[in-house]
Design a protein around this ligand. Structure first.
Ligand code: A3P
Length: 291
């Protein structure tokens, strides 16, 4: 049986009140007990917010811009996904427990359910947030092609589930607001996908500063070029083409990589409804987005 068939769209399960991919929940005990180290770097995002992009940038910065070194493994191997688990794939916790230090770790967990040891060890965190409407669209297409998720249904049905928080990793608003609040207490670099699109060089330099790395302008230029949408789309080590359980013929992982694709998906009435919902969800925060 192929891993695609084995996964077969299992239902979501709840951990700490947050919906998560079914098989991820089955490994939850190991996630909760995960022991972070002080020199671990955590990359945290709500799904479809630029996780892979920032992971590749971080990988290259830490390697001093050595693209050959960065090509030695797929991005999901170089930056293991903490809570990932499922048939036919070793769990993120298992991979990380065997990995050399210092580690760069990916997570989509809401701030409230992050394993305690990350806070105890005062790990640095890079968080990337993306506007709610483009995330909804990107997530819909990802649900269609990644078989670890339940069937998304129609776009209208998926949008309803997304607004209710009945999707893997829960409500977008709870995620971005939770991590936004946490940045006051921890060493968190809070980035925006829209800023990365606007001026990737500036954002790469922000990450370098946060990591205490100095690189020449030439190396920064090389990193920006190597992590452009087109370069990553064509790079099998970055585009998830070697990852099981995804059908890129339905929708490629590297889909469009733009700001405002929501305009081609939301109907006028969906947009009005979403704007009203958004006003309510974001009324209690000073966090703002460009759509
Ligand atoms: P779209 O589906 O809108 O194209 P994640 O890595 O968090 O799953 O996010 C995936 C989204 O980021 C996809 O968005 C993908 O195309 C986009 N993306 C990945 N690499 C990118 C890059 N280098 N530049 C711009 N967007 C990128």
């Amino acid at each position: 049986m192929s891993s695609l068939e084995e996964l077969n769209r299992p239902p979501l399960k709840l951990v700490g009140g947050m919906p998560i991919i079914g098989p991820f929940a089955d490994n939850w005990e190991n996630v909760e007990r995960f022991q972070a180290r002080g020199d671990d770097l955590l990359i945290s995002t709500y799904p479809k917010s630029g996780t892979t992009w920032v992971s590749k940038i971080v990988d290259l910065i830490l390697n001093g811009g050595d693209t050959e070194e960065s090509q030695k493994g797929a991005i999901f191997e170089r930056v293991p996904f903490l809570e990932c688990s499922g048939p036919g794939v070793p769990s993120g916790t298992k991979i990380l427990n065997k990995q050399d230090f210092p580690r760069v770790i990916k997570t989509h967990l809401q701030v409230e359910v992050l394993p305690r040891s990350f806070w105890d060890k005062k790990c640095k965190v890079i968080y990337v947030a993306r506007n709610a409407k483009d995330v909804a669209v990107s997530y819909y297409h990802f649900y269609r092609m990644a078989y670890g998720h339940p069937e998304p249904g129609t776009w209208e049905e998926f949008l309803n589930s997304y607004m209710e928080g009945n999707v893997a990793f829960g409500r977008w608003s709870a995620h971005v607001k939770g991590w936004w609040r946490m940045r006051q207490h921890s060493e968190i670099l809070y980035l925006f996908y829209e800023d990365m699109l606007e001026d990737p060089r500036r954002e790469v330099q922000k990450v370098m500063k946060f990591l205490g790395k100095e690189l020449s302008d030439e190396v920064v230029e090389k990193i920006v070029k190597h992590t452009s949408f087109q370069a990553m789309k064509n790079n099998p080590m970055a585009n998830y083409s070697t990852f099981p359980c995804m059908d890129h013929s339905i929708s490629p992982f590297m889909r469009k990589g733009i700001l405002g694709d929501w305009k081609t998906h939301f109907t006028v009435s969906q947009n009005e409804r979403f704007d009203e919902y958004y006003r309510q969800e974001m009324a209690d925060t000073d966090l703002t987005f460009r759509m």
